[in-house]
Design a protein around this ligand. Structure first.
Ligand code: GLU
Length: 466
């Protein structure tokens, strides 16, 4: 079998949308699964709406998700001579023609057709004119077949068919000489040797026109797979109204790329009851035939659940690296204080997002703690202060301060004083973290180290008991 070639072809008119990211992912997965090529093409022929900033945002989003491309990015704006060449080819072959109808004439014809209850399609006035070079402005139209039908077996939606009579003689080149969208997509996909086109199902109506162009150019027609849209909870197409739609906004909200990838692929594709898929799993198991036909509804709760899973099972060093910008945003330099990866290790169990992880890590780096008032009233008094002082004394005598030896010290104190852990634990939490809902006490002390633990306990006693 010859090598598969897939592409993602975003228009750089905004950030990378989660829907676009999912389309990119499906293409990428299929290319990786079949040892093919994944090509990135920037569809920037709409010069007025395309921006470099958007190109950068799209590349950033793809890179963050781990979707590397083998060829490109190619820019359609670099290909204008190529498009011109193909327009000429079709003109020379009599498969396209110059149309001199003015915008006003066309509008009048449209109105008339609508009034007569017909389809407002081009009436073919210039279809059979003899070639002329008289300097009048013209567009170039594709001479589409007017009979028969155009169909394809969509890899997701099944067989789709359009009557050719419904399709217009598509304009492929405008009066100013620039090519139009459906035409350039075909030229690019054909010249780049794309074997399968996976794209959003908002392009279904373009496909029959594109197929007719492939046929006219006598080049192989690729396979098509049209992916259903992503909807919001109200079943309307996912938009800003529903919350964040940009991939990078999810990073900023503290999601891990692997969680978003897992979520987006599962939103529309399934493999039995499995929920957790690494990229490698996906490469093995993904198949376009198992993408569902109906639109997926974006569910933030499920994404959070996956994110919590990936944080809990994440590599602490990597998580610490990813956490640094979130700490800096909170005014903390994690270089000054306990090692961030050790801190992260104590917090993995509870955090659903990197923001929660960062918030949870803050106290390790703060000198001034805001002590939880209710907790203080309940758990802090002269007796507990005495116990805390004893704790510091005993910890000072421990040779290697790690969680098991710290636990042993607590046991010793409880036995000596005939108390339960609950009579000292909450006060320790308060003194060290300011809160009664902190990570495990032993782990926390291990990470803070003896000196910092002593400082915090002394400070708390001074401030809270006096
Ligand atoms: N540029 C188009 C878009 O962003 C994609 C076209 C295609 O995939 O064929 O919707």
């Amino acid at each position: 079998m010859s090598q598969v070639r897939l592409r993602f072809a975003p228009s750089p008119t905004g950030f990378l949308h989660v829907g676009g990211a999912r389309t990119a992912l499906f293409n990428w997965l299929l290319a990786r699964k079949q040892n093919g090529k994944f090509i990135l093409r920037i569809e920037d022929t709409d010069v007025a709406r395309s921006t470099q900033q958007s190109v950068d945002a799209i590349l950033e989003g793809m890179t963050w998700l781990g979707l590397d491309w083998d060829e490109g990015p190619f820019y359609q704006s670099d290909n204008f001579p190529l498009y011109k060449e193909y327009v000429q080819k079709l003109l020379d072959a009599g498969k396209a023609y110059k149309c001199y109808c003015s915008a006003e004439e066309l509008e009048a014809k449209r109105e008339k057709a609508l009034q007569e209850g017909g389809k407002p399609k081009y009436d073919g006035t210039c279809r059979n004119l003899p070639p002329a070079e008289d300097g009048r402005p013209y567009v170039v139209r594709f001479k589409a077949p007017q009979e028969g039908s155009t169909s394809w077996n969509d890899l997701i939606k099944g067989r789709i068919s359009f009557e050719n009579a419904e399709l217009d003689d598509l304009i492929i080149q405008r009066t100013d000489g620039t090519p139009t969208y459906n035409f350039v997509v075909v030229i690019d996909d054909a010249t780049m040797g794309i074997t399968t086109v996976i794209r959003g199902d908002d392009h279904v109506n373009n496909t029959p026109r594109q197929i007719l162009l492939y046929e006219a150019l006598e080049v192989p027609v690729p396979a098509f797979a049209h992916v259903p849209m992503i909807l919001g909870a109200d079943k309307a197409r996912l938009s800003k109204r529903h919350g964040a739609t940009s991939v990078m906004a999810y990073r900023d909200m503290g999601f891990l790329p692997e969680a978003l990838v897992n979520y987006l692929v599962r939103l529309g594709w399934s493999c039995g009851d499995e929920e957790i898929f690494s990229l490698d799993d996906l490469i093995q198991k993904f198949s376009i035939e198992n993408v569902g036909r109906s639109a997926g509804v974006f569910n933030t709760e499920k994404l959070l659940w996956l994110n919590a899973h990936y944080i809990k099972n994440g590599d602490v060093k990597r998580l610490a690296g990813l956490l640094v910008p979130f700490m800096k945003e909170r005014g903390v330099d994690p270089e000054k204080g306990p090692e961030l990866s050790a801190v992260v290790k104590t917090l993995l169990e509870r955090a659903k997002t990197m923001l929660e992880l960062a918030d949870g890590a803050l106290f390790y780096y703060q000198e001034e703690l805001a002590y939880d008032e209710k907790g203080v009233a309940k758990f802090f008094n002269a007796d507990t202060a005495g116990l805390l002082t004893l704790l510091v004394d005993k910890l000072s005598g421990v040779e290697r301060l790690d969680a098991p030896s710290i636990e042993a010290v607590f046991k010793e104190i409880c036995e000596e004083k005939g108390i339960k852990l609950g009579q000292i634990g909450p006060a320790v939490r308060l003194a060290l973290s300011g809160s009664t809902a902190s990570p495990g006490i032993y782990e926390m002390i291990e990470v803070l180290g003896l000196d910092e633990t002593r400082t915090r306990i002394q400070r708390a006693i001074k401030q809270l008991v006096g």
